[in-house]
Every structure is written in structure tokens, then in C-alpha cells.
Design a protein around this ligand. Structure first.
Ligand code: ASP
Ligand code: MG
Length: 446
């Protein structure tokens, strides 16, 4: 059971989580928690402050967050627990202070210090959640995730070493579970072979949960968040959007790439590897079943399951007569994006031109400069990618015509279908995306 930051944002949220865990106690759960909402951001900001100005200011900036933790412990745990949590917090504060000072003195590699600092969000939230669960008589035990999740040394986005992690998770957690204990771990954090703290990348708690669930071959991995599962589309655009009962791993991956706030495909790979169902549910409404993500999901009558979209998309169009009948052009093109570590979302080519979309434009200027050596470059900003997903799109020709006749008066700049057989992706102007989503939702889900 993994709880995201908003599921542990304050005392009321912690209390709900403890009840949700209590409801599963018969199923021998393992609990993984994110840092309290906004704490990771604050720790990262403190790191930056220490790097640029002053470590004392940096440490002071964290006080409101420390206070939030104490408040939860005051509200939900007994005197003795409060005392011991306060002690833990004071120690952490001292350690964070030391680390921030090291940042300003550059006395260790900065990336290493950054991960060490940011890990306190999950260290503290997992300690606090352990106490809160204890207070309602759950047999919880805090386990340091850094002893279980072994990673490489890519600080900030470390990759877990599966075999080692699997072994340690089983060794450490199974006896505890067999003893009737409920292990509670901080997500997001791990350690290198030599024991240095690392993090798995933003949102990495989902990844931790999937790794642990897969290592234990659990029957189900639950991702508790603040929305009820995966919806038919963004409810801010269509209030009647519904929660999907099931999705396949492949559908979920497509949705995630194209803007739906679903799990990042990488994070559920361990679950996929062992065909473990992943349930996405809402800690604010625990009675709703949420969405189950499964190896295969049934095709719905309407073929379409969900419509995701992503705004802020830039289109690049590279045309060159040199492309005609030559090889190596694509490779040269891709190398440019690789050099700037920039992800291409949608791509479509003709004999003499390539159109592609980017969502990250940090290195756009440099990329364009290099692309100009290959051919003429046109840039078009303020676009949106729309991605229609459903197992039913596999080999169904009728769906495409249904999609495009619904929006026949709207200009579409790029279409991609067939790369994955469960999606149809295209690009429209950002200003029109809401209208597009509304119409498609009406067509497929009325
Ligand atoms: N606390 C980390 C973050 O905010 C990890 C997570 O929430 O999954 O990115
Ligand atoms: Mg999160």
C-alpha cells in the first residue's frame, strides 16, 4: 500500500491512512509512504538556498515543515510517542543542518548531498506514520528503505539493482510480515552498494512500492492518491468524467506518456514483470474501488477507454531535400535530441520532412541551431497532444473515422497511430484542446 504526499498532508489525512491500513491488516500489508505534501519541494529549495547563499537561512526555511510533522504527532499519538518523535525530529534537524552546511562549503559532491537532504522527507513521514498506526493498535514497524533498495550511483534518479533489492526485501520484510508486523517504509529513497543515500527521481515512491510488491510477489499493489483511479478524461474539462474499472498495463503506459496523471510506466515495470495487479485508489474516498491496472483488460464496447492530453507542446518541422532516398538522416536527427537529453513525444515523417513534438524546451535554442545544419526548421509553439487510448483500437478502423469526424472542423497537425496498437495520438492548437476533449468524450462516453 503506497500513500502519496497528499494522502499524508496533515493530521486528518494521516488518520485516514491509518484506518485504511487497519482495514487491510488481515492481508499482511506493507506500507510505503511519500513525504508529506510539499516537503520534498521545500527540502530541494533549502538545498538551493544553501548552495547559493546561506545554510542557516536554508535550515530556518524548513521550520514550518518540521512544525507540520509535530502537529500531526500531537494530534494523533500519545505523550510518550510524541516525545520520541520529537527526539527523532530534533536529530534529523541537526543532521539536515550539517548537510546544508556541507552544501555551502561544497565539502562533498553536491548531488550526493542533495539526495541525502531530500531523503528526510520520507524518513520523517514514515516514522510519523508508523507512530500514528501504532496509536490505533496496529503492529507497525518502521523499516529503513535504504537497507532494502540498492541502486546505482546516479544521484537524483538512481536505478535500482533488481536482484540485490529483491533479495534484501525478502530477507528483511518476510520474517517481519510472518510475525504479524506491518512494515512501514519511506518511498523514493534507496542507497548505493556502499551505503550512500540515493533517490529514485521525483514521484519515486510509486517505484519503491512496485519494487517491494514485486519482490514479495504480492497479490496486489495499491497506489493511494487523491483522485479515484484513472478517469475517462481530465475532470476539470469534463466534470462527468468517470473512473475506469480496469486498464491494461499498456493502456496505462500510453496514458501516462501523454499527460494523464497515471503512474509512470517505469515505476510499474516491476509489477508488470510479475503480472501483479496495480490498484489506483483515493485515500480521501477509500470506499471507492478505484482503477485496477492488469496485464490484460477487456475491450469496452466503445473501444476507447480514456482520452489524455498534454499542453505546452512545441512542434518542430525539419525539411530537407537531402532526406529523399538517403539513409542516416534520422540517425543524425535523433543524435541531436540525444545529446540534449530531450524526449520526443510524437513523430511523423514524409519523404522530405520530419515533424515531431517536444514537451521539454529547455535546450530548444541549441537543438534548433544544430537541426539547421540538417535542413530547414519550422517551430510552432502552444500546441497540445491528444491521446485516445483503448485496447479496442487494436485493428479497429471505425474508431479513427469516429474520432476525426467528431472534430472535422478542427485543424490537426500531426497524427500517429499504429506505433502502439492501443493508441491514436494527434496534435491540435492548445486553444482548442478543451473543445476537442469535450467533443470526444461526448462521442465515446455519453
Ligand atoms: N516525495 C517525492 C516527491 O515528491 C517522492 C514521491 O512523492 O513519490 O517527488
Ligand atoms: Mg508524489
Amino acid at each position: 500500500m503506497k500513500f502519496g504526499g497528499t494522502s499524508v498532508q496533515d493530521a486528518a489525512a494521516f488518520a485516514r491512512v491509518a484506518e485504511i491500513v487497519a482495514g487491510e491488516r488481515e492481508n499482511s500489508p506493507v506500507v510505503v509512504t511519500s513525504a508529506m505534501a510539499r516537503v520534498t519541494d521545500s527540502l530541494l529549495a533549502a538545498f538551493e538556498t544553501a548552495r547559493k547563499d546561506n545554510f542557516e537561512t536554508a535550515l530556518l526555511s524548513l521550520d514550518p515543515n518540521f512544525e507540520r510533522h509535530l502537529e500531526v504527532s500531537r494530534e494523533l499519538t500519545n505523550d510518550e510517542q510524541q516525545k520520541s518523535f520529537r527526539r527523532e525530529l530534533e536529530l534529523s534537524k541537526k543532521e539536515i543542518g550539517d548537510l546544508l552546511e556541507r552544501v555551502s562549503r561544497r565539502s562533498l559532491p553536491l548531488q550526493m548531498l542533495k539526495d541525502a537532504i531530500v531523503s528526510y522527507g520520507e524518513q520523517l513521514s514514515s516514522r510519523l506514520l508508523t507512530e500514528v498506526c501504532c496509536a490505533i493498535n496496529l503492529n507497525t514497524r518502521q523499516v529503513d528503505a535504504r537497507r532494502l533498495i540498492v541502486t546505482d550511483e546516479e544521484y537524483g534518479a538512481a536505478t535500482p539493482v533488481w536482484n540485490e533489492t529483491e533479495k534484501l526485501v525478502r530477507l528483511e520484510l518476510q520474517p517481519s510480515i510472518d510475525n504479524g508486523e506491518i512494515p512501514v517504509l519511506g518511498g523514493f529513497i534507496g542507497a548505493t552498494y556502499s551505503g550512500e543515500t540515493t533517490t529514485l527521481g521525483r514521484g519515486g515512491s510509486d517505484y519503491s512500492a512496485a519494487l517491494i510488491g514485486a519482490a514479495l510477489r504480492t497479490g496486489e499493489i495499491q497506489i493511494w492518491t487523491d483522485v479515484t483511479g484513472v478517469l475517462t478524461c481530465d475532470p476539470r474539462i469534463v466534470p462527468e468524467a468517470r473512473t475506469l474499472k480496469t486498464l491494461s498495463y499498456e493502456e496505462a503506459a500510453e496514458l501516462a506518456y501523454f499527460g494523464a496523471k497515471v503512474l509512470h510506466p517505469k515505476t510499474i515495470q516491476p509489477a508488470v514483470d510479475f503480472s501483479i495487479p496495480v490498484r489506483v485508489c483515493n485515500s480521501h474516498k477509500p470506499d471507492e474501488r478505484g482503477t485496477m491496472i492488469l496485464p490484460k483488460s477487456e475491450t469496452t464496447r466503445r473501444k476507447v477507454k480514456s482520452i489524455a492530453h498534454k499542453t505546452g507542446i512545441t512542434i518542430l518541422r525539419i525539411s530537407s531535400a537531402r532526406m529523399l532516398g538517403s539513409y542516416g538522416f534520422m540517425s543524425a536527427l535523433f543524435q541531436i535530441f540525444e545529446r540534449y537529453r530531450t524526449v520526443i513525444d510524437v513523430i511523423s515523417t514524409s519523404e522530405v520532412s520530419v515533424s515531431l513534438t517536444l514537451d521539454d524546451t529547455t535546450s530548444l535554442d541549441a537543438i534548433i541551431k544544430e537541426l539547421k545544419r540538417l535542413g530547414e526548421v519550422e517551430i510552432e509553439t502552444n500546441n497540445a497532444v491528444v491521446c485516445v487510448v483503448g485496447e479496442g483500437l487494436r485493428g479497429t478502423s471505425g474508431v479513427a473515422s469516429q474520432i476525426f469526424s467528431t472534430i472535422s472542423d478542427i485543424n490537426i497537425s500531426l497524427i500517429s497511430h499504429g506505433a502502439s496498437s492501443v493508441n491514436m495520438t494527434f496534435v491540435v492548437k492548445e486553444a482548442q484542446v478543451k473543445e476537442v476533449i469535450k467533443r470526444l468524450h461526448k462521442t465515446f462516453f455519453k
